[in-house]
Design a protein around this ligand. Structure first.
Ligand code: SAM
Length: 201
């Protein structure tokens, strides 16, 4: 185990992949979190941004907030979506940055990647691509992004320093991080941190 991490990253990732494989393949299933269009509405996504997308692009949405509530993206911006899942935020980002912008979604769960790539193909969009990779080792070149977005992912990563360092690496100087995640205002007991079941719900 990495010296100061309380969970084994590989074991945690296996559990996370198992959970989000289900969300990709059975979005109507019963989960300890909300999903889909009703979640997007609850989190304040603009209806116009979501209504135009096919059900397949929205049904597996499992975010915890709305990165676009912090700021709308500007036309032409280059965006990395860390933990892009089935791609809802990447597709919303694409609509905001327009044809001159570019979006790269990164996820580690094969079934989520397949789904997001299938949807991108069906929408026939060229400026969104989905890459397999880890938040802790983003497959994006240094300084490429104007903006990094992320929604509900960093809480699932045991090495948050590594994730934030990667985000800093791929952002250009002065680039922006707009993320939504879960924060606990109190210290979590070590015993709980060691319990992978509690990480994945
Ligand atoms: C809660 S879902 C959120 C997905 C998407 N951002 C959304 O809002 O629907 C978490 C996603 O993060 C991905 N993920 C979790 N840990 C990751 C890591 N270390 N590296 C890359 N992807 C990760 C999972 O595969 C899953 O698709």
């Amino acid at each position: 185990m990495t010296e100061d991490l309380l969970v084994e990253p590989q074991a945690l990732r296996a559990e996370v992949r198992h959970k989000y494989r289900q969300v990709a393949e059975a979005p109507g299933g019963s989960y300890h979190f909300h999903t889909g269009r009703s979640l997007a509405a609850r989190l304040g996504y603009e209806r116009s941004a979501v209504d135009d997308l096919p059900d397949s692009a929205v049904e597996s949405f499992a975010g915890v907030g709305n990165p676009f509530s912090l700021r709308s993206l500007d036309p032409g911006e280059r965006v990395v979506d860390v933990g892009s899942g089935a791609g809802l935020d990447s597709f919303v980002a694409r609509a905001q940055v327009g044809p001159a912008g570019q979006v790269i979604g990164v996820d580690m769960t094969a079934e989520m990647l397949e789904k997001s790539r299938r949807i991108a193909g069906s929408l026939d969009v060229e400026n969104v691509e989905f890459r397999e990779g880890l938040a802790e080792a983003l497959p994006v070149e240094d300084g490429w992004a104007d903006v990094v977005i992320s929604n509900g992912v960093i809480n699932l990563c045991p090495d948050k320093r590594a994730v934030l360092s990667e985000i800093q690496r791929v952002l250009r100087p002065g680039g922006l991080l707009q993320f939504a995640d879960i924060a606990n205002g109190r210290p979590v007991p070590e015993e709980a941190l060691r319990n992978i079941d509690l990480w994945t719900g």
